[in-house]
Ligand binder design. Structure first.
Ligand code: FES
Ligand code: FES
Length: 196
């Protein structure tokens, strides 16, 4: 007797709802929990969601999305202190890690020294690229407080500004570098006087 004539279903056919989840299949969604600017942010996210989209979806609109290809730097945030292009990082990769966005720079109502310097040195016009440059500068001056003007120029050349140009941006970062150095010098001198 041929299988088609049998009343019994072929043994290889199983009702769809009885099929076990294939081993090794990637889940479409995952629960993640990260710290953004010191606050806990958690929820379910599609595994293919970029960190940039996730942060914007959570209300951090200072994270700008330009090229989405890792070229322009507008989406730069700090991930565990390191600048990353958040369009190239998956949100699930930031699970249980700390993120800092431009919204985390100002304290209460006052701007950070870098934000102030960008405004004083006219380092922005439309401002689209500014959050990325600011986050890059935070890491640059933290890791290289004595960066030369050329070092600063080279560092910011990794990001794209289409309307202001780079002179104001470099001036702003160098201004903060110099102001911080002056404050450090003043504190050491006062410490020396007190010890003398
Ligand atoms: S949007 Fe991420 S580098 Fe351009
Ligand atoms: S300020 Fe407009 S792109 Fe940089």
């Amino acid at each position: 007797m041929n299988a088609r004539d049998s009343a019994d279903p072929p043994t290889s056919v199983v009702a769809a709802d009885t099929v076990a989840e294939p081993v090794g299949v990637v889940q479409a969604e995952r629960d993640i929990s990260l710290e953004v600017n010191g606050k806990s942010v958690s929820g379910e996210v599609e595994v293919r969601t970029s960190l940039a989209d996730y942060l914007r979806g959570a209300g951090y609109f200072g994270v700008r999305v330009g090229c989405e290809q890792g070229v322009c730097g507008a989406c730069t945030v700090l991930l565990d202190g390191r600048p990353v292009r958040s369009c190239l990082v998956l949100a699930v990769q930031a699970d249980r890690r700390a993120v800092r966005t431009v919204e985390g720079l100002a304290s209460d109502a006052s701007q950070s020294d870098l934000q102030l310097a960008f405004s004083q040195e006219r380092a922005l016009q439309c401002g689209f690229c500014t959050p990325g440059f600011l986050m890059l500068s935070v890491a640059l001056l933290r890791d290289h407080p004595s960066a030369t003007d050329d070092d600063v120029l080279e560092a910011v050349s990794s990001d794209i500004c289409r309307c202001t140009g780079y002179h104001g941006i470099v001036r702003a970062i160098c201004r903060v570098r110099d102001e911080r150095a002056a404050v450090d010098e003043g504190s050491s001198a006062r410490g020396g006087e007190q010890r003398a």
